[in-house]
Design a protein around this ligand. Structure first.
Ligand code: CMP
Length: 148
């Protein structure tokens, strides 16, 4: 059964168009369809709204600072098991650890630190829905589900 997930290519990666092109090729080689794609530039309050669940954590300010440091890409990806498969493709949160434990994953290849980890992927069906609505309010997810 096909599924949607929300992916982000974060500002450090988005700043490098050569890397962005390689990542798009990598995504397509792994059989994800890119249903929607947009580029955004966040204000501080946008970042704080999206990452509200992390408010109060030691890395919250750093995370919001990073996510407002430049433009980034949001994508709706479609594939059977898109949520799990995308998180497997990006690898663990911490890129130096990913380079040891999950070589070849996108974070192992492109990520820098546990904050500047270059990628995001929804962690569950309900989060994917909410995140898709957050970034693509114009996308009719109910209609997409009915059409499957
Ligand atoms: P993401 O999966 O997009 O959502 C939460 C983000 O918080 C995560 O990517 C990282 O960028 C950041 N993050 C998570 N854990 C840590 C941590 N231990 N230290 C610093 N940043 C973190």
């Amino acid at each position: 059964l096909t599924q949607l997930t929300l992916a982000l290519l974060k500002p450090d990666l988005a700043a490098n168009s050569v890397k962005v092109n390689k990542v798009f090729a990598h995504i397509q080689q792994n059989d994800f369809q890119i249903l929607k794609h947009k580029q955004l530039l966040w204000s501080k309050s946008d970042a704080e709204a999206f990452y509200g669940e992390h408010r109060g954590k030691f890395f919250f300010e750093r995370l919001c600072g990073y996510m407002t440091s430049g433009h980034f890409h949001a994508l709706i990806l479609e594939k059977p098991n898109a949520i799990t498969d995308w998180r497997a493709l990006i690898g663990p949160t911490h890129p130096p650890r990913a380079r040891i434990n999950a070589p070849g994953t996108l974070r192992s290849l492109y990520g820098m630190t546990d904050t500047r980890n270059s990628f995001h992927g929804s962690d569950a069906v309900e989060t994917a829905r909410n995140e898709i609505k957050f970034f693509f309010p114009e996308f009719d997810i109910e209609k997409w589900e009915q059409d499957q």
